[in-house]
Design a protein around this ligand. Structure first.
Ligand code: NPW
Ligand code: K
Length: 489
């Protein structure tokens, strides 16, 4: 997993990398510019469109000058707009790249920019070196960029956005942000979606090991990280090895939740799936899911199940007693979602009974029901961290870039997913996947990492062909393909 460092730590990371790799900082800047251009080349930009690059006097501006030079090689019309005065002192690498601009790149002052011009604007004005609130002249530059009618692409971070905290004022509103080495924390806050646009992570050759000496509770989960979290099974494995799980889901009128949850667990690989449902509804499971079994009361030793998932569609009316009973009689981690979380919010005394290491998966409204009204994402992350440490529980804050909050305080941002997953039942599918992984012998961290990433990947796969017509059943059907994509047997 990739560590997410603070804006302050970037300089030290750069310096360490330059030292270890025995390269010049200018070479690292060139790598950043090359990584940007490599992404650019993978896109479908019309080569006849002019490119305007706004460059500041720091290293973000230096990236911009280098990008302008590299883009001009393909023969397109490139202009740089200097966002600093005659007397400004440039960072040494920015000065070197300004010096290296070829003569066919037009070199202008930002006040000469015509916002009605067409083409693509590249924002390399301010990066992670921003300090405090934008100065007045910088505000005007940001406004000039935002008045532009074409596409805006931010280099590393939209200018004006602080790397780690909440925006208080103006910043560039980018259609796409190409961020270097690791995503800056603020790019992952939903409050900043309007400024970040699509997020592209550009590799500049810093290995994951080089982050080890930097402390941070935040991580970013990439496709290449997943395989290492999976257990492997051998050819003598039998259905008992793949887990016997119980899903308490569905009630009269909401039996779809139980079907989605159970089917998703089976598609994730569970050996045996039992649904705890009202007896009168048994035909729903038995006619739509021949592989599933039903249970109508909680008799017997619950520890005969390798994992238990609770909550989707169970209703909140009479569930508190039932949850307390399960918590008392089951000793391994449980997955708690939907109505189960609402019940916990109404009955906080139940929290102390939940088996250690259990997983709670609230969406934003459920989060507020559990932990009280929350104003913004940084506050949400802080509350989640305190909650997880206090109760020794894991919590998933669902949304774009869902955050896996672990009991030890680490917080892992997911990178997979698609906007087409905002559909009824998508959470029920995730509950099935997480419970399935726990039942297959995964630790809560492994289950969360694999489940959350693959759930998002299933959304990407389904969304590709079905767009906004994607429904939760499509996510279930896409789960097997996620194993193929990840090369997990
Ligand atoms: N590993 C990596 O990630 C790599 C990082 N790299 C790149 O380096 C970037 C960081 O560069 P950096 O540290 O030079 O700072 P940067 O963002 O250019 O800002 C400095 C400028 O901001 C200005 N300024 C500050 N506050 C202000 C305010 N309130 N209002 C107005 N202006 C304000 C300040 O002006 P001054 O105060 O000095 O007058 C100065 O001009 C990083 O984002 C990435 O793009 C790559 O090249 C290589 C690999
Ligand atoms: K920028």
């Amino acid at each position: 997993m990739l560590k997410i460092l603070s804006g302050e730590q970037v300089k030290a990371l750069d310096a360490a990398h330059v030292r270890v790799q025995q390269i010049q900082s200018l070479q690292l800047m060139e790598r950043a510019a090359l990584a940007f251009v490599s992404w650019w080349d993978s896109q479908d930009f019309d080569p006849s469109l002019p490119v305007s690059v706004f460059c500041g006097s720091g290293n973000n501006g230096g990236d911009g000058f280098a990008i302008a030079r590299l883009l001009s090689r393909s023969g397109r019309q490139v202009s740089v707009f200097r966002c600093f005065g005659e007397s400004a002192s440039l960072s040494p690498d920015a000065a070197a790249n300004l010096e290296a601009l070829p003569s066919d790149v037009e070199n202008l002052h930002w006040t000469e920019f015509d916002a009605r011009s067409s083409g693509v604007l590249i924002d390399a004005f301010l990066g992670v070196g921003l300090k405090g609130a934008l100065r007045q002249d910088a505000k005007e530059m940001v406004q000039a960029m935002n008045a532009f009618v074409g596409t805006r692409i931010a280099v590393d971070i939209p200018s004006g956005l602080p790397a780690d905290g909440l925006l208080e004022g103006d910043c560039v509103k980018a259609n796409t942000t190409v961020t270097f080495a690791f995503p800056k924390l603020s790019l992952l806050f939903p409050e900043h979606a309007f400024a970040t646009g699509a997020l592209v992570l550009a590799d500049i050759g810093i290995s994951d090991e080089e982050y080890s000496s930097f402390a941070s509770p935040y991580f970013y989960l990439r496709e290449k990280d997943i395989k290492g979290f999976h257990r492997s099974f051998h050819r003598f494995s039998h259905k008992g090895d793949f887990g016997k799980i119980l899903l308490f889901a569905g009630s009269k009128g909401k039996m779809g939740a139980a079907v989605l949850c159970c089917k998703s667990a089976l598609r994730t690989g569970s050996g045996l799936v039992t649904a705890l449902i009202p007896e009168g509804e048994r035909h729903v499971i038995q006619s739509s899911l021949p592989e599933g079994m039903c249970l109508f009361d909680l008799e017997g030793d619950l520890n005969r199940f390798d994992a238990i998932g609770l909550g989707p569609g169970i209703g909140v009316e009479d569930s508190a007693k039932m949850l307390a009973d399960i918590f008392r009689r089951y000793s391994r981690p449980i997955v708690l979602d939907a109505d189960a979380i609402t019940v916990l919010g109404q009955n906080p005394d139940l929290l102390a009974l939940i088996p250690e290491g259990s997983i709670l998966t609230p969406h934003l409204a459920e989060f507020d029901r559990l932990l009280g009204k929350t104003e913004n994402h940084p506050e949400r992350l802080a509350k989640a961290s305190a909650f997880c440490r206090q109760w020794r529980l894991n919590l998933l804050v669902k949304g774009a870039n869902s955050v896996i909050c672990l009991a030890d305080g680490r917080q892992i941002f997911n990178s997979s997913g698609s906007q087409y997953m905002a559909t009824a039942g998508a959470g029920d599918v995730l509950t099935g996947m997480l419970t399935s992984f726990l039942g297959q012998g995964y630790s809560p961290e492994q289950a969360l990492v694999c489940g959350v990433y693959q759930h998002g990947l299933a959304g990407e796969i389904a969304g590709k062909s079905k767009r906004r017509g994607t429904i939760a059943s499509d996510l279930v059907e896409a789960i097997p393909e996620t194993y193929l994509r990840l090369n997990v047997s």
